[in-house]
Design a protein around this ligand. Structure first.
Ligand code: NAP
Ligand code: MG
Length: 502
């Protein structure tokens, strides 16, 4: 089957943006790489080169870190009032809103996701993240603490704490939600008064670079936000190891997360990690089954399955197993797969040739180990784009690789269960602990299970609900720390205790 990719008129501002080689943002200026090198970013719907981007490496990272250091240690950023900092972040959000369409188109061209999704989810959520965090800039408070000093009973003290920015932050982000991940990282760091060097993913650098233009337009002082595209093994590794970086925040694979931890040991910089997942999604027989079927399908198929919290292990109570699997498979078959620019597309291509190979490889492994595809199971069509069939696998065993390892594609494994105790143990039996879903009308049962699931987020009768106010992050090998909400402020501030003898 072929996949139609009809020529679509692209906004002239976007075609202008992608027609020129994109530079990196260092100290408020747009620079070529010190090496002069560029690398291509591709349109995953066609496999064609979309744009050329400056290839940052150690020297560029060093220049960016020096700029961020200067801006933090002595620049106007440190003197700015929290209120002015908040206003600047809000202004950036306003500018983003004015450019919502361009952001959505860039995201679709570079990542492959449906334009309708980028427009309704990725970009508005990113804007909201900046607005939510703009409000926190003025609310970072310490406390006054009465102290007793039992061994110096006759002296008295006045003690308080300050919440201070952690300093220069290195941020490394993935390709699945390029703009949104940039927002999750940048917004809290800036609200807290940190300065940043951001390295976007090599597959999707464009929306972060477009955002960089708006940081300049909004009037952020030079060096506060530096954006250096490049490869993980070179630019990313140099950032993670840099001695002048106080903290590194990373989102990506668990494997690379461990490399980041090692790289950070040189100066013991602080580390936060948002890593992979293999999240259980549990449907009980007393659920609203129509809702559970639609919700379970979108839990895995949203964003082509390239979501760290995707509901990739479906557990269904045995008496409704066939009905639910039939329903999810029927939804999978009806998904319109195609170029993200087509208005009717509900699922785009995977992000890269490499990701397509990876997912297809997992499908072959699963099928050869005895799993059966109720629907899907292979690459889709003969187009040059990276399309894969939405897939439902049954007859799996809990120790199979397709059940244990993160596939990061539109592939769900489904198993029946009988007993809630046994279910809980099976649901928790992976190295990951990012998210989980529960579908039931029995609210006590739902809360009991929510308490026993080792996961950073539990969705009850819903899935993939994100909000700037709601903390998100992983148990076990799914990460360290929480992004969003009030919790993320812990990652970008540190506490100073001040004690005065009266
Ligand atoms: P990845 O290698 O973990 O990439 C994430 C980010 O880390 C990218 O910016 C990457 O740069 C950078 N990076 C890679 N190696 C690095 C190193 N040694 N030091 C510092 N930074 C480094 O993920 P991927 O290879 O793109 O995807 C592989 C798998 O990771 C996926 O199939 C999926 O299972 C998982 N993943 C998870 C998430 C998530 O949200 N939790 C997101 C993406 C991928 P480059 O882009 O230049 O390599
Ligand atoms: Mg691309």
């Amino acid at each position: 089957m072929g996949i139609a990719v009809s020529p679509i008129q692209i906004d002239s501002r976007v075609s202008d943006f992608i027609s020129k080689p994109r530079k990196m943002l260092i100290d408020g200026k747009w620079m070529d790489a010190a090496s002069g090198k560029t690398f291509p970013t591709y349109n995953p719907a066609t496999g064609e080169v979309l744009a050329q981007v400056a290839e940052g490496d150690r020297q560029d990272i060093d220049a960016a870190v020096q700029a961020a250091r200067k801006a933090f240690d002595s620049g106007p950023w440190s003197q700015m009032t929290p209120s002015d900092r908040g206003k600047l972040i809000w202004k950036l959000a306003d500018l983003m809103e004015q450019h919502l369409e361009e952001f959505a188109t860039i995201e679709t061209l570079d990542n492959g996701k449906p334009l309708t999704v980028a427009r309704a989810a990725d970009v508005p959520l990113a804007i909201d993240m900046f607005r939510y965090m703009a409000g926190w800039a003025t609310k970072l408070e310490g406390t006054t603490i009465p102290i007793s000093m039992p061994h110096a009973a006759n002296s008295s003290y006045f003690a308080y704490t300050l919440r201070e920015p952690v300093g220069v932050v290195g941020q490394i982000i993935p390709w699945n939600f390029p703009l949104l991940m940039a927002a999750w990282k940048l917004a809290p760091a800036l609200a807290c008064g940190c300065t940043v060097v951001l390295k976007p993913a090599e597959q999707t650098p464009l929306s972060a670079l477009f955002l960089g233009e708006l940081f300049v337009e909004a009037g952020f002082p030079n060096g506060v936000v530096n954006i250096v595209p490049g490869f993980g093994e070179t630019a990313g590794a140099a950032l993670a190891a840099h001695e002048l970086v106080d903290k590194i925040a990373f989102t990506g694979s668990t494997e690379v997360g461990k490399l980041i931890v090692n790289a950070a040991t040189g100066n013991l910089k602080k580390v936060s990690l948002e890593l992979g997942g293999k999240s259980p999604n549990v449907v009980f027989k007393d659920a609203d089954l129509n809702g559970a079927i639609s919700g379970s399908a979108s839990a895995i198929f949203f964003n082509q399955g390239q979501t760290c919290c995707a509901g990739s292990r479906l557990f269904v109570e045995r008496s409704v197993f066939d009905q639910v699997i039939e329903g999810v498979a029927a939804k999978a078959k009806k998904i319109n797969v195609g170029s993200g620019l087509e208005p009717k597309t509900a699922m785009g291509p995977l992000v890269s040739e490499e990701q397509l190979q990876r997912v297809c490889n997992y499908l072959e492994i699963g099928l050869s180990e005895g799993a059966t595809a109720v629907t899907g199971g292979k690459k889709m069509g003969d187009s040059k784009g990276y399309f894969v069939e939405p897939t439902v696998l049954v007859n799996t065993k809990d120790d199979m690789r397709v059940v244990q390892e993160e596939i990061f594609g539109p592939v769900v494994t489904a198993v029946p269960f009988d007993d809630p105790e046994e279910l809980m143990a099976r649901a928790n039996s992976t190295i990951y602990g990012l998210a989980a879903g529960i579908w039931t009308k029995d609210i006590s049962k739902a809360h009991r299970l929510a308490a026993s699931l080792r996961a950073g987020t539990v969705w009850i009768n819903c899935y993939n609900v994100f909000d700037a106010a709601l903390p998100f992050g992983g148990y076990k090998q799914s990460g360290w720390g929480r992004e969003m909400g009030k919790d993320v402020l812990q990652l970008y501030t540190q506490t100073k205790a001040v004690c005065t003898r009266l």
